[in-house]
Design a protein around this ligand. Structure first.
Ligand code: XLS
Ligand code: MG
Length: 346
């Protein structure tokens, strides 16, 4: 019998998707929210991630009291299901107002919209009992480097974050870095940038990071090293585990799908640091392959969780003593093979 795991798992409604991509339409029918919530429980997940408009669809056309009423209704559904809201993120990249970016848009009206919408996201998070706001800076960057002033953009990001921190003193903000897509170059491409930005804000203790596997790979970096970096600062507040096959579009493959050894190393870092013991969740930001039939619409989530738990066992049974001896002897050749044999199993 294996030991009970301390991890709490999470995914977002967008992770059960319809398969549309830039080259073709949806290929599966949309599933209603209640169905997604029921699946989440059935698959052994404890938490759900949200964008503001996952909680309140068509948010820009609703009054503030209506938005909060609908958020309260969703909170009741979560409570009844015994599920917590892990994070809430403002979805700032869909609006016609944020074509040129949100907080760093060259248009002051767009910047104002982005900040107001983010403050509303914070109020929504309060209404669903969540204190962790995630910022993925989707369009904060450029298609061509001359289009924006890089230093000014950093100042604008700091101003926006400060306004959010002052709006509600209980919230924490986790920045989710990504180097590109939809932009050519994003302003906050790595966790190093995110934590440096945190230090420029008025309350760095409340600004940390969320690391997504695929985003690190797109930056040419090792996801487990990125996690260790954030953990050294006590600032890894969530993870979006998935996988990515090299430098191409953001694939959001099931965890471990492209590189099982890298997945093992990510789990090992989380295990070594007792990730989850401070209330953090393990989230899977994964998508079905477009070819997936509707009857398999949640298999990528079940499989990612299963792979994660298998790798927890691999991390716990890895012979650290033996590895230590090989390291002391600088016998990395044998260490390499030891990892391979361990992953292959007997
Ligand atoms: C996109 C991001 C997105 C965030 C949430 O690449 O991963 O899904 O996790 O806004
Ligand atoms: Mg993500």
């Amino acid at each position: 019998m294996s030991k009970p795991h301390p991890y709490r798992f999470s995914f977002g409604p967008w992770n059960i998707s319809e398969g549309a991509d830039p080259y073709g339409p949806a290929v599966r029918l949309p599933k209603p929210f209640d169905w997604k919530l029921a699946q989440l429980r059935k698959l052994g997940f404890e938490a759900m991630m949200f964008h503001d408009d996952d909680i309140v669809p068509d948010i820009d056309n609703k009054s503030a009291p209506q938005v909060l009423r609908e958020a309260g209704e969703l909170r009741k559904k979560l409570d009844d299901a015994g599920v917590i809201a892990e994070i809430v993120a403002p979805r700032l990249w869909f609006s016609p107002q944020t074509i040129d970016g949100a907080y760093t848009s060259n248009d002051p009206k767009a910047r104002k919209y982005a900040i107001n919408r983010s403050l509303q996201t914070i109020d929504i998070a309060g209404a669903v009992g969540c204190d962790l706001i995630v910022l993925w800076f989707a369009r904060e960057g450029t298609y061509l480097r001359e289009a924006k002033d890089g230093r000014r953009s950093v100042e604008l990001l700091v101003e926006a974050i400060n306004t959010m921190l002052m709006h509600d003193r209980k919230i924490r903000i986790a920045i989710e870095p990504k180097p590109n897509e939809p932009m050519d170059h994003a302003y906050i491409p790595t966790i190093g940038h995110a934590l440096a930005l945190s230090n420029l804000t008025c309350d760095p203790k409340r600004v940390g990071g969320l690391i997504e596997t695929a985003h690190c790979i797109l930056a040419g970096l090792d996801p487990s090293d990125e996690m260790d970096f954030a953990l050294s600062a006590g600032k890894l507040w969530s993870v979006h585990l998935n996988d990515q096959n090299g430098l191409k579009f953001d694939q959001d493959k099931p965890f471990g799908s492209a590189n099982l050894r890298s997945a093992f190393n990510q789990v090992r870092v989380l295990e070594r640091n007792q990730f989850g013991s401070r209330g953090e969740c393990v989230a899977f930001d994964v998508h079905s392959f477009r070819s997936t039939k509707i009857e398999h619409a949640v298999d990528h989530l079940a499989n990612s969780r299963k792979t994660f738990l298998r790798l927890v066992e691999k991390a716990r049974t890895f012979d650290e003593g033996k590895a230590g001896e090989l390291i002391a002897d600088r016998n990395y050749q044998a260490l390499d093979q030891m990892v391979i044999e361990h992953l292959l199993g007997s």
